[in-house]
Design a protein around this ligand. Structure first.
Ligand code: ADP
Ligand code: MG
Length: 257
């Protein structure tokens, strides 16, 4: 049975999409069958793996709102072993349209159930909010990976996210666990980055991944070429560290999965 993992933090720009795309691609490169699920209406993960959103007639919206079987929306990417359920701008209405629907919090979970047999990992890229789309992701997931940017106020807002995780555990998905906290955009030239790492480790202790994602120009460029870092620039520091992270996630599997 595959493992479903949400990548969530209601702050924008902390590296959710970059981590979703690159962790998925690295897990795929290591021989796992991986499905990336884009549930952010901005669709950055979708374009990040080279899918042209304008060409997509169906997306995760049709699965969530119209009960279209998820299998019918999975499309292959240019990376071997990596498929995606894309998001298009149509998804922007879903947050509101879900409100009056039956079992609105568990719609994604139901749709992904059959796909757990097909994929080793299903990675969900969440939008920057704690609304019904993120709740659907957390309710579907075995674990949640929290990216934290090495910046001022890194921990700010995390208590809201942790509170949402606790509410989901209490009412919707008692199996949900924190997969780990991922430090992103680390700049070794500043003391600030080092201070943030210490602060986050004090708070989350052994939940923090050893792999720390550096600020890396090539990581920032790759999405505009529609490629994950391991194909865009396999020798870059960004590619090296996301591959390390994928190995950590695989070895964690035995512990938390
Ligand atoms: P989120 O999904 O949390 O909003 P993104 O992953 O889209 O965040 O990252 C925000 C911006 O920062 C994007 O333009 C992305 O390309 C860039 N970025 C993310 N991680 C890095 C990194 N490690 N080094 C350089 N640029 C990065
Ligand atoms: Mg994003």
């Amino acid at each position: 049975m595959g493992k479903i993992m949400s990548i969530a933090n209601q702050k924008g720009g902390v590296g959710k999409t970059t981590s979703s795309v690159n962790l998925s691609a690295c897990l795929a490169q290591l021989g796992n069958k991986v499905l990336l699920v884009d549930i952010d209406p901005q669709g950055n993960a979708t374009s990040g793996v080279g899918i042209n959103k304008a060409d997509m007639s169906k997306c995760v919206y049709n699965v969530l709102i119209e009960d279209l079987p998820a299998e019918e929306v999975c499309v292959p990417t240019n990376v071997a072993n990596l498929d995606i359920i894309p998001a298009t701008i149509q998804l922007a209405g879903a947050e509101v349209e879900l409100v009056p629907t039956i079992s609105r919090e568990i719609r994604l979970k139901k749709s992904l159930e059959s796909l757990k047999e097909v994929y080793d990992y299903i990675i969900i890229d969440c939008p920057p909010s704690l609304g019904l789309l993120t709740i659907n992701a957390l309710t579907s997931s075995d674990t949640v990976l929290i990216p934290v940017q090495c910046e001022y106020y890194a921990l700010e807002g995390l208590s809201q996210l942790l509170n949402t995780i606790r509410l989901v555990q209490k009412h919707l998905n008692k199996e949900l666990m924190i997969e780990g906290v991922l430090l992103t955009m680390f700049d070794a030239r500043t003391n600030l980055g080092i201070q943030v790492i210490e602060e986050v480790k004090k708070y989350f202790q052994d939940k923090v991944y050893q792999s720390v994602i550096p600020r890396n120009v090539r990581l920032g460029e790759a999405p505009s070429h529609g490629e994950p870092i391991i194909t865009y620039d396999p020798k870059s520091k960004g590619a090296e560290v996301y591959l390390e992270l994928a190995k950590e996630v695989i070895s964690n599997g035995a512990r938390v999965g």
